[in-house]
Design a protein around this ligand. Structure first.
Ligand SMILES: [Zn+2]
Length: 257
């Protein structure tokens, strides 16, 4: 399966997935239709599916127009997002497959950013939407810190280390700065920040990342780190923080970073 990153709006990513056997394509989170249309034309492929990771407007904004272009389009989203994802036709429940061309994928339900948030899985690639970003995670609009901690650490975080994670926004540089502010001694964060600065200054993007890199640099996957715990503890010095409390306080700190 070939993957093409399509920058949309200010800092969103849509991804075009191409089945090399049939020339069919699926698009993950089309924020807007035009950049997706252009890439479909450039690649000379046939769009047969939209894969929405959640219902936010900047992830589904192109659904209607793309559906008008291709009336047979299948539009995937979580079953609980019925009525919130425009033109949705496939309502995913645990165990369901995600199909286009000769490609078959699966999904993880990872509530926290929204209640219907999912990650799509195709072999060693995952599309995490606004749940996991490189060195960060989405805001908690509809979930509790406990849910998001579970989604990140016990669901996405349990994927194999080599899994490539394609995320929804180019927030990496700022996320790494925050990561460094709570874990100054983490040399992997410093290294990645330097690499991302070079990438960005040459107009390139920081997507994808990998599970292995995230385990080393993403504070939301590192709540057992003594240094991170010490960094948040000053906010609640009398409490011997659990891992989930560290997570909650980290997320609160990031909200105002
Ligand atoms: Zn979102």
């Amino acid at each position: 399966m070939e993957i093409v990153t399509i920058p949309c709006l200010q800092d969103n990513f849509a991804y075009l997935l191409i089945c090399p056997k049939t020339g069919d394509a699926a698009v993950v989170d089309p924020s807007e239709a035009d950049p997706v249309r252009k890439e479909i034309k450039r690649q000379n492929v046939k769009l047969t599916a939209i894969l929405n990771t959640h219902h936010h407007w900047d992830h589904v904004g192109g659904n209607k127009e793309l559906k008008a272009d291709c009336p047979d389009l299948k539009i995937y989203g979580h079953a609980s997002d019925r009525g919130r994802i425009p033109e949705q036709t496939e309502f995913l429940e645990d165990g369901d497959q995600v199909l286009f061309g000769e490609q078959s994928g699966s999904f993880l339900h990872n509530p926290g950013h929204t209640s219907g948030a999912i990650t799509y899985l195709f072999g060693k690639t995952a599309f995490t939407g606004d749940t996991l970003f490189a060195a960060g995670c989405g805001r908690l609009f509809e979930g509790t810190p406990e849910q998001m901690h579970d989604s990140l650490n016990n669901r996405i975080g349990k994927l194999p280390d080599r899994t490539e994670l394609y995320f929804g926004h180019e927030y990496t540089e700022n996320n790494l700065r925050f990561a460094l502010s709570v874990e100054v001694g983490n040399t992997e964060i410093n290294k990645k920040l330097a690499d991302v600065k070079v990438l960005r200054s040459s107009g390139k993007f920081s997507t994808p990342t990998t599970i292995a890199e995230e385990k080393q640099t993403n504070p939301f996957l590192r709540c057992t780190s003594a240094e991170i715990k010490a960094a948040v503890k000053s906010r609640d010095p009398d409490n011997d923080l659990t891992e989930k409390e560290v997570f909650r306080m980290l997320r609160e700190l990031k909200d105002v970073f």
